[in-house]
Design a protein around this ligand. Sequence first.
Ligand code: PEP
Ligand code: MG
Length: 548
Amino acid sequence: MELQGVGVGRSVAIGKVVRMPDPLPEPKDARHSGDAAAEKEAAASALTFVAADLRARAEKADAEANEVLTATALMAEDPSILDSVNELIDGGKAAERAVFEAFTSFREMLISLGGMMAERATDLSDVSQRVVARLRGVEAPGVPQRDEPFVLVADDLAPADTALLELDKVLALVTRQGGPTSHTAILARSKAIPAIMGVAEALELADETLVIVDAGAGTITTEPTAEQVSAAEARIAELAAAANAPITDGALADGTPVPLLANLGTPSEAAQAVELGAEGVGLFRTELMFLDATSAPTVEEQTKEYTAMLQHFPGKKVVVRALDAGADKPLSFMDMGEEVNPALGQRGLRSLRVNENILRDQLTALVNAQNATDADLWVMAPMVSDAEETEYFVALGRELGLNTVGVMAEVPSLAVLADQVAERSDFVSIGSNDLTQYTLAADRMLGTLAKFQDPWHPAVLRMVKMLGDAGAAAGKPVGVCGEAAADPQLAIVLVGLGVTSLSMTPAALADVRAELLTVTLEQAKARAAAAINATTGPTARDAAAQAA
Ligand code: PEP
Ligand code: MG
């Protein structure tokens, strides 16, 4: 049987399925048999077990995962939770129910506090489920622990689950929900785990089934034949060889340079990006540093972070994006209130404009970092709609002392007005994730709409061409920093459409570098011409392949 979904990355994996356990049902509102002391002891020992288990996993995890796990262990050890469990048991509740109710009331309290506290509420549910599972003697929810590597199949993954995936254990990821630009996909790509998302029949895959997951093709082959397994093994070996090819600057076969840059979220990721051959940074997502902040970070705090980042790239280009708050990236200190359609609401530059003090502080911190380091700092605004917004941002950046100021092309109106924008901006960077979402009017967070979230769609490619042509006419660089740049075949088409640099998660650099070296600029243009004349995303991909 072959299942189809939207692939993330182009790697291939062979392994057995392990299903993510279903969430536990709510424990019944049962009373204990009368032995309160025994119930209390069982609850206390389950809490201690879960805390110790989380701590043991924290020790083995990387820094990011360690932080999440340690914070979660602390919740299990919180004495006020135990007090409230004991009180409920004294009132006659059985241990499981007492644990459930104690965590639920803490959760509700956190939610009522809002902001960062509310974000922790999900973690509390996770601890509660683990303790109840221990009391019941069943497997804890979350990513299963196994000795052998496996293919993880889930409905969807919470960001914390994805952050904690053990890379040596999870060969591939298959989910029913999620699309290629959902945050699960972005994390999977950054960890170089092949993933296929939006697989309608994912939950029909039974534990222990042998599967081949081919992210490049977006297919899952169940119970493959011996020939299929050896073909997949050969492909895995071929991809491993490409990943170990020498690191050179990005270029086409005829020597046309195509700088390959990194997408980063924190300065701590910079060293690895340099190691993987990033020629600079094409997208620094500044909001990721402030997701947990309850008040706007100060100019001093921001100056420190940006300087730390820029110091990794002396003499190199670093493109920093101004805060992109709203929709899929909520920031509690820039709360826009209730919006029915947050993706169409106050986000990106719109929210910065109504909070101009926050924008001015950020740009001032960036000017400080620019003047304190040797990096070539470029700053851009997200979600810009037209020439007027471009003028506003560029003028403000210049007034505060930035050298190079540009805009992101994420909204179709900006592509339609590309000539007006290119005249007013130092550069344009295409955010293909949002440009696809808005061009096809399909929420990038919805798994059911994953097939619309396809940057190969000719409507998206034609927008890229409008931007590339306008950039060439005005002599301004036009980069791509969305997930599209990380798809090696699409990268060629983007260059053929006039894109001058590509920025991606560092794990994707080797594959894109290798693929660009296989074509000349003329050949890239021929593939681009074939793709934009197709009528759908999949046929555009095929047309580009046939033009090869
Ligand atoms: C994009 O939209 O393509 C982009 C790069 O920004 P983000 O994914 O952070 O919205
Ligand atoms: Mg975006």
